[in-house]
Design a protein around this ligand. Structure first.
Ligand code: NAD
Length: 435
């Protein structure tokens, strides 16, 4: 059984640690955040992720999973190290890898025996080499180590099943010895014939950006098609279904909406453009996907303004859904943020509700009313905007909704409500590409 340390216990680090311990290794997840580790040690999971609580508790109980703030000691005792700290964009759109490099230096200082160092964080092409140099610059006793780029493809909201049953595992690594170590770590996947793609560090780094940028592109593309459907009177849901049934296209990521958000697509698309710029290349399609994404948010705002006939000042609007997508409490880069701030700047008072993300949004936007259910959010409102595709909103009783509201006006940015029902109840409504 390999001894593993995962550095950074966030959305990726915690799922990675719990998942790898479930595969049979002994894992310690470490973090600088004392509160987070304290709560994990008390059995409290700091994020909302379906299935994660059970996975963590099961592996803590079997003594394969533990949590600590002692980063150096756990690095010293580990055979395999996963780096899973954040790589946010800097003010120019470039990925800020300074925390990753800091961890690499700590690893270098604490190298006491052979280790495999893997990066799960999404880092620009070339960072792997920088990490190796950073480790070496502190590796005073010249202890042997190997480096692997092991990008993570999990989706928040489905992270546990994505980690335990991935489509593929990418291992950017040249050493046979280290590959053997990682085959051991991912043994259940290897036995189940999950493809392990063994490639170079640079190719592995590139795969992650190429995948995220492609998915972002797909979302922006379907949003543009939806906007055209709006104008010509076509139904985007039928268009998407027909498109998706083409095996070359696939139905995934063909849902129109208020634009992509989250902690990955917005920053990774910008970072890819930055990487290309270094080589005097333009990523025109990705550039267009980002522009379309900005436009999409503005378009949602314009739709609200039109529904309220330009009269926003002193109106009350309920925003249902704050997370950037369903089944997560993550509000990073959520389209709701832009919509709420823009509405507030126009004198609208907001009542917001999300099944799990109220607290995360409160940290970013403290001065709006947060409600504990959709009914109290929509009460006496002039309009409702659905921003996240939670099942709870899909199942809303529209008769009850109409009775609670001051005026029955609704913008459904996720196309989850039944149009015939909205018409029958005489709602004034709009959506994305389903006029
Ligand atoms: P996160 O912000 O949720 O977690 C990062 C964690 O690192 C935090 O708990 C933070 O306290 C900790 N940390 C920061 N500095 C540290 C230090 N010096 N030492 C130890 N811990 C430290 O971030 P995340 O969403 O888990 O993303 C991590 C990386 O994985 C990013 O590069 C991201 O692009 C990539 N990624 C994210 C997802 C996703 O869906 N969130 C999916 C695939 C890849």
């Amino acid at each position: 059984m390999k001894k593993i340390v995962v550095v950074g216990t966030g959305y990726v680090g915690l799922v990675t640690g719990a998942g790898i311990s479930d595969f049979g290794s002994k894992v310690c997840c470490v973090d600088i955040d004392k509160e987070k580790i304290e709560s994990l040690n008390k059995g409290v999971i700091p994020i909302y992720e379906p299935g994660l609580k059970d996975l963590v508790h099961r592996n803590v109980k079997s003594k394969r999973l533990s949590f600590s703030n002692d980063i150096e000691e756990n690095i010293r005792s580990a055979e395999v190290i996963f780096i899973a700290v954040g790589t946010p964009e800097d003010e120019t759109g470039k990925a800020d890898v300074s925390t990753v490099i800091k961890i690499a230096e700590i690893i270098g200082k604490n190298l006491n025996k052979y280790k495999v160092v893997c990066t799960k964080s999404t880092v620009p092409v070339g960072t792997g080499r920088q990490i190796i140099n950073a480790i070496n610059s502190h590796n005073q006793n010249n202890i042997e180590f190997d480096y692997c780029s092991n990008p993570e493809f999990l989706r928040e909201g489905k992270a546990v099943s994505d980690f335990l049953r991935p489509d593929r595992v990418v291992l950017g690594i040249s050493s046979k010895k280290a590959y053997g170590y990682l085959k051991d770590v991912y043994r259940p996947l290897y036995i189940n014939k999950t493809p392990l793609i063994n490639t170079t560090i640079e190719t592995a780094e590139m795969i992650k950006y190429a995948a995220n940028a492609f998915l972002a592109l797909k979302i922006s593309y379907i949003n543009e098609v939806a906007n055209l459907c709006d104008e010509i009177g076509a139904d985007i849901n039928v268009v998407s279904e027909a498109l998706g049934s083409d095996g070359r296209i696939s139905p995934k990521f063909l849902h129109p909406g208020p634009g992509f958000g989250g902690s990955c697509f917005p920053k990774d698309t910008k970072a890819l453009i930055h990487i290309a710029k270094k080589y005097n290349l333009e990523m025109n399609t990705i550039d267009a996907a980002i522009k379309t994404n900005h436009y999409q948010r503005q378009r949602m705002f314009d739709k609200i303004e039109n529904l309220l006939e330009g009269n926003l000042k002193n109106r009350k609007i309920a925003v249902l859904g704050l997370a950037f997508k369903q089944e997560t409490d993550d509000v990073r880069e959520s389209a709701s943020i832009d919509i709420i701030l823009e509405l507030m700047s126009r004198g609208v008072s907001i009542k917001a509700y999300d099944p799990v993300a109220n607290d995360s949004m409160k940290k970013l936007i403290p001065d709006i009313e947060y409600k504990l259910n959709w009914q109290s959010a929509v009460e006496e409102c002039d309009a409702v905007v659905i921003m996240t595709e939670w099942n709870e909103f899909r199942a809303m009783n529209l008769v009850e909704l109409k009775e609670l509201m001051f005026t029955p006006i609704i913008l459904d940015t996720r196309n989850i409500l039944n149009i015939s029902e909205l018409k029958r109840l005489e709602f004034k409504f709009d959506n994305v590409g389903r006029k």
